[in-house]
Design a protein around this ligand. Structure first.
Ligand code: GDP
Length: 298
């Protein structure tokens, strides 16, 4: 069934300044949605339930894309675990609860592929959730993300709320964090090779062994999938994976960036830095069966 969202519907994109939120706003504007609601961090602290309730009461969003969060790469996750668990737990809880209190028609919650057990069959099916121990470098973040899924399911079960969840894979695109310490691997490598070329350096350092495998989805494809799911995904008891279905090793990724940005520069692997999950390739069979596929190749 297709859920028709009128072009004048009040749509709240929580986290509109982030990589994902800004892509969703671009995508909705392109389609002609004219009533997009946003609130910056200074205007609304999403960890504050009273403030979020007040904002919802005043703005009455009909559709909510819950894509706000405190996010970062493997180093940020390892060194700021308290922020990653507290901020995310709170933000998910306040937005889900306020959406329930103030009559939101439909909410899409976005998790992360790090919710799955470290040792699990690949590609990872949605059913693998909570079947094993998590990857220690991002366990606090993953626990918060799992709580978000369970919040949506519980509010559906008890109150009948139309809240659904999607789990994207590793993302990249315009608006990414190019911070070398806090960001994810792809923007970090782009910057490292760019700076090495500018400095005439002979080698670039890549964290870890280069053997972990990761999948990368362009954020414009993710935004397209989010709007697609908002209209079509009806299983409130089961989240859905969003990805391309194809992964590469970190070495292959580094070589790919090197060959574009700074051909000839040598790679040096720094084994003092963590590898994280050996592989995390979500199974996208369910998403493909709904009729969605990515368009932008790595
Ligand atoms: P993860 O998918 O949660 O592990 O997030 P990241 O994007 O931070 O890291 C993915 C993989 O890339 C890990 O194995 C990292 O060790 C590796 N990696 C290699 N170089 C870098 C780098 O410069 N920054 C980051 N964040 N990761 C890197």
């Amino acid at each position: 069934m297709l859920i028709a969202i009128p072009l004048d519907a009040r749509i709240y994109v929580a986290g509109h300044r982030g990589l994902v939120g800004s892509a969703i706003v671009r995508r909705l504007r392109e389609e002609g949605f004219g009533n997009l609601l946003t609130a910056s961090r200074d205007q609304l602290d999403l960890r504050d339930q009273a403030a979020v309730n007040y904002w919802f009461k005043a703005n009455r969003p009909e559709y909510v894309f819950m894509v706000a969060g405190t996010v970062g790469g493997i180093h940020a996750n390892s060194t700021r675990p308290a922020e990653f668990i507290y901020d995310n737990l709170m933000m998910h809880a306040t937005v889900v609860h306020a959406s329930h209190l103030h009559g939101t028609k439909r909410l899409l919650y976005l998790g992360s592929s790090c919710i799955y057990p470290r040792e699990t069959a690949q590609p990872i099916r949605e059913e693998a959730l909570l079947t094993g121990l998590l990857e220690p470098t991002n366990e606090p973040y993953a626990i918060a993300k799992i709580s978000g899924i369970k919040l949506c399911q519980a509010y559906h079960r008890q109150y009948g709320c139309d809240f659904i969840s999607a789990m994207p894979t590793n993302l990249y695109g315009p608006g990414d964090t190019f911070d070398l310490e806090g960001g994810h691997v792809l923007p970090a490598l782009m910057r490292r090779f760019h700076e090495a070329r500018a400095a005439g350096a002979g080698e670039v350092t890549v964290w870890g062994s280069g053997t972990p495998r990761r999948e990368f989805l362009h954020v414009d494809d993710l935004a397209d999938a989010c709007v697609f799911l908002m209209r079509r995904y009806e299983n409130r008891d089961q989240h859905v994976n969003v990805g391309t279905g194809e992964d590469v090793t970190i070495r292959e990724l580094a070589e790919m960036v090197r060959d574009v940005v700074a051909p000839g520069i040598e790679l040096r692997f720094d084994s003092s830095k963590p590898d994280g999950m050996p592989r995390k390739l979500p199974d996208v069979t369910r998403l493909h069966a709904l009729g969605w596929r990515h368009r932008i190749e790595l």
